[in-house]
Design a protein around this ligand. Structure first.
Ligand code: M6R
Length: 598
């Protein structure tokens, strides 16, 4: 999704600060980029389709591109293809106003027709371009820049994070509605961005903007105001991670680093929340929750965590169902007693926000399970439980999936009407070291290599291992660009078995030696009989090894923890497959880290 950066007070480092911010925002996914700077009263703009290197090449050739106030943007196309002309910033006719935008302006066509009728000429296919023209029209009517910007925003319908600079004005004007924006404040300099990593190197002090709020950043400082221009009190918060957490620390890819960070991430998630001696779980952010029923809403990987979480809740006697958030937002089931749990790494996924908002509209209690402190979902829901994974930069979610699974285990014990599961508590205590054992002993690289030429991969698992199968397939698709499908193991024979051949490896998660494991071993035999290669992810308690071409071991533990470990083996297989294929692992084609449009 589009990324926004802006800064004031960085003097001659303004341009390099913007480019650094854009580098840090790359992980969100983009197809073009640009900057606008105001210096000595003049407004200068540079933008290019393609990767940031293309923009940097242009910027390097432009000695005039200097200024003390600036905005920058990485664009993820929604209206019009990724061309130089469609890249942001967008300017108005007279070139006095430049705007960057994340979101979708739903009434842009009507505004564009109206502005065109008044003589405004448009250069791009974007919805965004109406904004600088609206600001320009208001300036021409005699309004000052701040009022002109507010006038323009008042005409917009849809979602937007906007930043605007105006020739002759040493300030950045900002507005937010439904798309994330955060200010970074420091002595002397002020920043704004779609996400904290863009400016974390310079400051840890942040101010989260709410929907409907405006901000003005200038050399004199910053303030936040409402739509009428009335100033608002805002609290300054401090982020707890440092800039190094957003570097690769010697790993080839953020994804591999984040896979290896899982022991630490899970330790953080568990820290201070489990009292093993007393046999209790404390989630300090939550009040006592009385869950009669739960609806978990999420998308992508987080949806797989939601399926896992729903199964856990059902196990402890709380009826729970996982829903795709985009479906739930438009067609929620009529169970008004359900607490709605939004599961989202970013806390900014538009589909999931739409679902939690719909739940709130209907009067339901809402709870966010998220990694992102201060995110929209964290602020809008009645309650929040943080997974504490630390920043995740790779587009493919890894450590945050394990963090969601772990936090859902804690939530489940926290709300369980029955006695605490002491075996689970012991397994959670050992989970970080069990994850480390998986990482240290994994044969996933050899497995990835063995099946590198396969055109399709299948993943199967039952119960808690069903979301593991779905997630294993999603990881493989996202980063290797190979066809992959995940199934409940019993489902394979109801159709997809027709596609199973000696060229299609089947990954089976088989945990324990109970009935579920025995049935999955039965499914493994079915594919083995069709000469498909089998990769078993197992704790070695079933005899699945007999039918497997490769085995990926996990330590023996509680079945809920085993599902977390099994997934880590599949993350590694996907990673090594994609690495061998030379794919763009951290920024897969067409994908964005945080999907802020519906
Ligand atoms: O930030 P969220 O967890 O709400 O994001 C939801 C999905 O967009 C996300 O999980 C996506 O599927 C990941 N790229 C998966 O790796």
């Amino acid at each position: 999704m589009c990324g926004i950066i802006g800064c004031v007070g960085r003097g001659e480092d303004t341009l390099s600060t913007l480019l650094h911010g854009l580098d840090q925002l790359e992980y969100r996914g983009y197809d073009s980029a640009g900057v606008a700077l105001v210096g000595d009263g003049d407004l200068r703009v540079a933008k290019r389709a393609g990767k940031l290197d293309a923009l940097k090449a242009v910027v390097g050739d432009r000695a005039d591109l200097a200024g003390t106030v600036g905005i920058g943007h990485t664009r993820w196309s929604t209206h019009g293809p990724p061309t130089d002309g469609n890249a942001h910033p967008h300017c108005a006719c007279a070139g006095r106003v430049a705007v960057v935008h994340n979101g979708i302006i739903e009434n842009y066509q009507a505004l564009r027709d109206e502005l065109a009728a008044d003589g405004h000429e448009f250069d791009s296919d974007t919805d965004t371009e109406v904004v600088p023209h609206l600001v320009e029209a208001s300036l021409e009517a005699g309004r000052d820049p701040e009022a002109a910007f507010r006038d323009a925003v008042a005409r917009l319908e849809g979602s937007f994070a906007l930043a605007c600079v105006v020739e002759g004005t040493e300030a950045v004007l900002v507005a937010r509605n439904d798309s994330p924006l955060v200010l970074g404040v420091d002595d002397g300099a002020t920043y704004l961005a779609s996400d904290v990593p863009a400016f974390r190197e310079f400051t840890a002090r942040v101010v989260y903007l709410e929907d409907g709020e405006f901000a003005r950043l200038s050399a004199d400082g910053w303030h936040v105001a409402d739509a009428e221009g009335t100033r608002l009190e805002k609290s300054v918060e401090t982020v707890e991670w440092d800039a190094e957490d957003t570097g690769k620390s010697g790993y080839d890819h953020f994804m591999l680093k984040e896979i290896h960070e899982q022991p630490r991430a899970l330790r953080q998630c568990l820290r201070g929340r489990v009292d093993e001696l007393g046999g209790s779980v404390t989630l300090e952010e939550l009040p006592e929750l009385d869950l009669d029923r739960a609806h978990l809403v999420a998308a992508g990987t987080s949806y797989h965590a939601a399926i896992y979480g729903a199964e856990l809740l059902c196990d402890v006697g709380v009826p729970a169902t996982a829903f795709l958030s985009h479906e739930y937002a438009t067609a929620p089931p009529p169970q008004e007693d359900a607490t709605v749990i939004g599961v989202s790494q970013s806390g900014e996924t538009a589909d999931t926000l739409a679902a939690t908002r719909e739940a709130r509209r209907r009067g339901a209690e809402t709870l966010a399970i998220t990694n992102t402190v201060g995110s929209t979902m964290a602020r809008e829901c009645d309650h929040v439980c943080y997974i504490r994974s630390g920043p995740e930069i790779g587009v493919a979610a890894t450590k945050t999936f394990a963090g969601q699974q772990t936090a859902l285990n804690l939530l489940c014990e926290y709300v369980s009407p029955g006695p605490i599961d002491r075996d689970l508590i012991a397994a959670l205590r050992d989970l970080p070291s069990d994850v480390q054992a998986v990482l240290d002993g994994s044969d996933a690289e050899a497995v990835g290599e063995a099946y590198i030429d396969s055109d399709a991969y299948f993943f199967i698992g039952r119960a808690l291992n069903y979301p593991v199968a779905l997630e294993g397939a999603l990881k493989m698709k996202e980063i290797s660009y190979k066809h992959a499908e995940g199934f409940a193991a019993g489902e394979l024979k109801h159709g997809t078995l027709a596609l199973v051949t000696p060229e299609t490896p089947v990954f089976a998660s088989v945990i324990g030696d109970g009935e579920l494991a025995r049935k999955t071993v039965g499914n493994v035999k079915e594919v083995e009989a069709r000469d498909a290669p089998v990769v078993a992810v197992t704790d070695g308690r079933s005899d699945v090894e007999r039918y497997a071409n490769h085995v990926l071991d996990i330590p023996e533990t509680h079945p809920r923890a085993a599902a977390i470990l099994a997934n880590i083996q599949l993350q590694l297989v996907a990673y090594h497959t994609a690495a061998k294929l030379g794919r763009s692992i951290d920024k897969p084609r067409n994908l964005a880290k945080s999907v802020t449009v519906q």
